[in-house]
Design a protein around this ligand. Structure first.
Ligand code: DSN
Length: 421
């Protein structure tokens, strides 16, 4: 548990909100697949005096003085990132995943160039070319999707046909709501055939790749990977861009991040990234990654037994996407609210071919990274899935109250850990 002594004394109003959030996290179960808990060591780095320092530029090439220690910090983060993902180059300055993707586009594309990326409703991400983003005013995004929603199979033949037609500069793999492993070989074949770069946004599965329970796209020839650092990777909120081998690409990426797109790097976050990469290089991280998958399968088994419709039929990774509308006759938004009342947090999500609106779609998205960090294993994960089914089926106040009590007990029996190594 954090202590906020100074805030409590100086700013009681803010303290009340922070304290409330501490309790919410301690007493509830977090199933949002993009969330996790960081160690005390990561928090110490985030709260360090590095937040006072400007450090525009890169180690050895800064625009301000006093960089003796910032250079050491950023170099540690870079070297550890390279080791974790088998990259030749790493840029650890992006402030988040969207920033990383935007800088990557700026580095590798000219305005008007085409990107072939995954449709948002099939699991892609806003920054992969959704019309609501400003990116679509600069670049031309064409989308691919699943051939079969029930198995999750991507339509690689169609992707190849479209790629030949639109000649993308980038073939973009990656997702924020797709529970299956991608066939990287097919992406590379298509990219090479049309002369495109292959880029993978690994934000959701970075921790699974680092923990070696998911394939590493670099082993298949992907040129660049973008990621956040705070999801399965269990680091501080932030982003990163990794380059497999091309110095030319890495140089373009560095220029695009700074001065192209961002100003001074957030050195306290970079220090925290370095700490979390150190943790991810520890053997205990591979066990955590393995347990994430085991816990997902334990939940999947329960949903299957109750004939809940899962998009793609199940999961190969850390996340599951359920059709609340077809399974329980309620919208994703209603399901999210009901579970929230019982202390189970997840998010409503659009599903492929959704008949409902994005603000209240048919699906709910959930995942196991945070409960795995808390030490829940297969039996407890299965119990959480059963509680979810109970609440979403019965939906009455008595059920909500009894589930809430059990969720709280489960959460308190598995306190948020302070250290992982
Ligand atoms: N917001 C992230 C997620 O929840 O997947 C993606 O940006």
């Amino acid at each position: 548990m954090n202590s906020y002594h100074h805030i409590e004394k100086e700013d009681p109003e803010l303290f009340t909100a922070l304290d409330g959030e501490e309790n919410r996290q301690a007493e509830g179960l977090e199933l949002i697949p993009s969330e996790n808990y960081v160690s005390r060591a990561v928090k110490e780095a985030m709260a360090s005096s590095l937040t006072n320092k400007y450090a525009e530029g890169y180690p050895g090439k800064r625009y301000y003085g006093g960089q003796e220690f910032t250079d050491a910090v950023e170099t540690l983060a870079i070297e550890r990132a390279k080791k974790l993902f088998g990259a030749a180059y790493a840029n650890v300055q992006p402030l988040g995943g969207a920033n990383a993707n935007i800088a990557m586009y700026m580095a590798l594309l000219e305005p008007g160039d085409t990107v072939l990326g995954m449709d948002l409703s099939h699991g892609g991400h806003l920054t992969h070319g959704h019309p609501v983003t400003y990116l679509t005013k600069i670049f031309n995004f064409v989308r691919y999707g699943m051939k079969d929603v029930e198995t999750g199979e991507i339509d690689y033949d169609d992707m190849c046909r479209v790629a030949k037609e639109v000649r993308p500069k980038i073939i973009l793999a990656g997702f924020s709501a797709y529970p299956r492993e991608l066939e990287y070989v097919k992406f590379i074949e298509i990219a090479r055939e049309v002369g495109a770069l292959a880029v993978m946004d690994i934000a959701h599965i970075a921790g699974l790749i680092a923990g070696k329970v998911a394939k590493n796209p670099f082993d298949y020839g992907f040129d660049v990977m973008t990621t956040t650092t705070h999801k399965t990777l269990r680091g501080p909120r932030g982003g990163m861009i990794l380059t497999r081998e091309s110095e030319d690409i890495a140089k373009k990426i560095d220029k695009a991040v700074f001065p192209g797109f961002q100003g001074g790097p957030h050195m306290h976050q970079i220090a925290a990234k370095a700490v979390s990469f150190h943790e991810a290089l520890h053997p205990s991280f591979a066990l955590y990654a393995k347990q994430i998958i085991a816990n997902t399968h334990a939940m999947e088994k329960v949903f299957k037994a109750h004939a809940i419709r899962m998009i793609t039929g199940g999961s190969d990774n850390h996340l599951l996407l359920l059709d609340a509308w077809k399974s329980f006759g309620i919208s994703g938004g209603e399901a999210e609210s009901l579970l929230d009342r019982a202390g189970i947090t997840l998010n409503k999500n659009t599903i492929a071919d959704d008949t409902r609106k994005p603000m209240d779609p048919s699906g709910i998205r959930l995942g196991t990274p945070a409960i795995t960090t808390r030490g829940l294993r297969e039996p407890e994960s299965a119990r959480v899935a059963s509680l979810m089914v109970e609440i979403l089926t019965k939906r009455d106040d008595i059920t909500v109250e009894h589930v809430k009590k059990e969720v709280r007990n489960l959460a308190l029996a598995h306190p948020i850990p302070e250290s992982f190594i």
